[in-house]
Design a protein around this ligand. Structure first.
Ligand code: FEO
Ligand code: CA
Ligand code: CA
Length: 677
């Protein structure tokens, strides 16, 4: 599909983290405007340890910040020290910052797209098409999307809003060869002002509109098909495995906190059955073919006005005055009326997408925080390791290790693996500035091991329900908004995106989070000891310090910075079959005045660190959930198109995906190489 660019006035207003203020409001309840929830005094001393200064000595010295100031003056390896650029065809050598160049990856990288362009940009020789858009009907009798006549009943049977994590599966029952598959994707949040005419804020929503926005949250599962191997995937209305999971869908609860008194409510006095999943952001596919999804900014749906908070359990999770108005139609979203309901969100959930009658599960063993997602791999002895980020400024990276071991082909057994195991949180210690790299060693600090709490004063269920508060007590490293934490299936290392943290002060930098006012973010590589995901120690290295390559603070894994693309706010990560790192972004309009985009960066070989841009998404949108199907075939979720200040249904700034209804519709799209045309 090709569409002419629609050029709009450049907008530069943005909020913390580079997003538009409208995105901040609806995505995370303006988290950046609120106090940093982590006020624990576990501090920023990892570097001092590596530099030969004990934590105790650093504390005695009184000011960690003063001791760390030297880190701001670090310089990374210069272009002169980087490997010379290979000649890779047209464009090589001419590609400077912000310009396109060819790569050994088989496409010519595109130049950055100005932030006001309403178009999807793909490399020369590629095309794109929507796979499924918000409102597309899933079942045989589901009404077609009708922007001005939406109903709760229709929305419960249509694709949800704001697609994020995407999982593509083939080989399941009914996939019948190469031209059928199954797609599942998160529906993270709604934009109430773009979904309805005349709505200036969530406070304006009618009760029926509140039901519609609730039904547009959750997870969508749909069968997909394509005409032939060269044509794009498209959703199948009436597919046998199609399903919508939304805020009224029942979930089972398992793990050590199931049935806890802190999870019991008037509707569920046993604490074992929860209605709905909220703010599902990223996720991961398990080796047994299920779908994991992270409940992220769940706090914003709960109104805690007047609720007592003597232990700071609400404040640590940002649960304050609400703002979405959901308590107007369901008492459970009022913390004063139903104090424990809020404890029933913030979990990793598991769905079996192959069985639309299955009951999805909330796994308490993986802890409760603002889960970006969970990605699963196996340890050397066959246990499951799940890596997880808590997407908040100054929060932590976690790892879960299952008690049981994976059994090939035994799905029933494997679906119990996330129900019992050990939970750890990461500490990263820098090794000092002398080597010119941001790197060091680290440890997984135990929170729960063998069914026993390792946090003084916390029971196991308290560790799991108030994981942030428990972790604060054991000294993990405060990170710059850890988003995706992804195992690379080719080299066995773990890659984690720190999307940004403009609140970090010079006194708070450490080698693992080395920039004050970190508005562009970075990507960190972890190597578990012995290459075993079951290890409890690791080494780490920052492989990308994002930003404009002309900025001396940036670093592209040692590659010549005159030949890489600008990038900012890395969010979702993925790998292709060769192990190259693909990075999608969330926030570039506000930080570089470019549309958000999808990039690829080789991790090995002559082009190691040569970051190139593959596609960009329209004005106001974020790139999410990349799935690299092959060298010429990529799925991405285009989330919140047209979401810029002052936009409304009567003043649209994007009509993506240009299907004739005149409104922006979040969509999963397929970018693919054109053949024979
Ligand atoms: Fe939903 Fe962490 O982004
Ligand atoms: Ca170092
Ligand atoms: Ca994300």
């Amino acid at each position: 599909m090709t569409t002419p660019d629609r050029l709009l006035p450049l907008f530069t207003r943005s909020h913390g983290g580079g997003r538009s203020s409208m995105t901040c409001q609806y995505r995370c309840g303006n988290a950046c405007d609120q106090d940093v929830p982590n006020t624990s005094d576990n501090a920023y001393f990892g570097d001092l340890v590596a530099a030969g200064v004990s934590r105790r000595a650093a504390l005695r010295a009184g000011s960690a910040g003063a001791a760390l100031v030297g880190l701001t003056a670090w310089s990374m390896p210069s272009a002169a020290a980087a490997p010379s650029s290979p000649a890779t065809g047209a464009g090589a050598g001419a590609a400077g910052a912000g310009r396109a160049g060819s790569s050994a990856l088989g496409f010519t990288g595109i130049a950055p797209t100005p932030a006001n362009v309403d178009a999807v940009k793909v490399p020369e020789g590629f095309a794109w098409a929507p796979v499924i858009s918000w409102g597309d009907p899933l079942f045989a009798g589901t009404p077609a999307f009708d922007f001005d006549n939406q109903t709760p009943a229709a929305q419960r049977e249509q694709a949800g809003y704001n697609c994020d994590y995407v999982q593509f599966m083939q080989g399941g029952p009914g996939d019948n060869g190469a031209h059928k598959g199954l797609l599942a994707f998160n529906n993270e949040y709604t934009n109430d002002e773009l979904m309805f005419r005349g709505v200036g804020s969530s406070a304006d929503l009618t009760d029926e509109q509140l039901e519609i926005v609730q039904a547009a949250h959750g997870i969508t599962v749909t069968e997909v098909a394509r005409r032939n191997a060269n044509s794009p995937w498209r959703w199948v209305q009436g597919g046998a495995r199609n399903r919508r999971i939304h805020t009224d869908t029942p979930f089972a609860v398992d793990g050590p906190a199931a049935g806890s008194v802190h999870l019991r409510t008037s509707d569920d006095p046993r604490g074992e059955r929860i209605l709905g999943t909220l703010n599902n952001c990223a996720g991961g596919e398990t080796p047994w073919g299920t779908y994991l999804s992270g409940e992220e900014n769940f706090n914003q749906y709960f109104n805690a006005t007047g609720a007592p908070d003597p232990q700071g359990r609400l404040k640590r999770y940002g649960i304050t005055s609400g703002g979405r108005g959901w308590e107007r139609i369901q008492d459970r979203f009022s913390v004063t009326k139903e104090p424990n309901e809020v404890n029933r969100f913030g979990w990793i959930v598991e769905v079996d997408p192959q069985d639309p009658t299955s009951t999805p599960v909330k796994h308490t063993a993986l802890g409760r925080f603002k889960h970006e997602g969970a990605t699963v791999t196996l340890t050397a002895d066959g246990r499951v390791a799940a890596y997880m980020g808590d997407d908040e400024r100054f929060d932590y990276i976690y790892k879960f290790l299952s008690k049981g071991t994976y059994r090939e082909g035994d799905k029933r057994h494997n679906m119990g693996l996330l129900s019992e195991g050990d939970l750890y949180v990461a500490r990263l210690d820098g090794d000092g500035a002398a080597d010119g790299e941001y790197d060091g060693t680290g440890a997984w600090i135990p929170l729960v091991v063998d069914g026993v709490s390792k946090v003084p004063g916390y029971s196991v269920e308290e560790v799991l329900i108030w994981t942030r508060l428990a972790a604060d007590r054991v000294g993990p490293t405060k990170m710059d908004r850890p988003e995706d934490v992804q195992p690379n299936p080719v080299n066995g290392r773990i890659y984690a995106a720190m999307t940004n943290n403009s609140a970090r002060t010079p006194a708070q930098i450490d080698e693992a989070n080395p920039r004050a006012s970190n508005k562009h973010g970075h990507v960190t590589e972890f190597t578990e000891a012995g290459g075993d995901h079951g290890a409890l120690t690791f080494t780490w290295k920052i492989v990308l310090v994002a930003g404009n390559p002309s900025d001396p603070q940036t670093y592209f894994n040692g590659y010549d910075k005159s030949e890489v693309s600008p990038i900012s706010c890395p969010d979702n990560l993925a790998f292709d079959a060769a192990g190259n790192l693909w990075i999608s972004t969330d926030g570039m309009p506000g930080t570089l005045n470019h549309c958000d985009a999808l990039y690829v960066m080789p991790l090995e070989g002559a082009e190691k660190g040569r970051l190139q841009q593959f596609l960009s998404v329209p004005v106001g949108a974020e790139t999410c959930g990349p799935v690299i199907l092959g060298p010429d075939s990529v799925l991405v979720a285009v989330q919140h198109p047209g979401e810029v200040g002052n936009a409304s249904p009567d003043n649209v700034v994007s009509q993506f995906p240009y299907r004739g209804d005149g409104q922006p519709r979040p969509s999963v799209i397929h970018a693919y190489r054109r053949h024979g045309r």
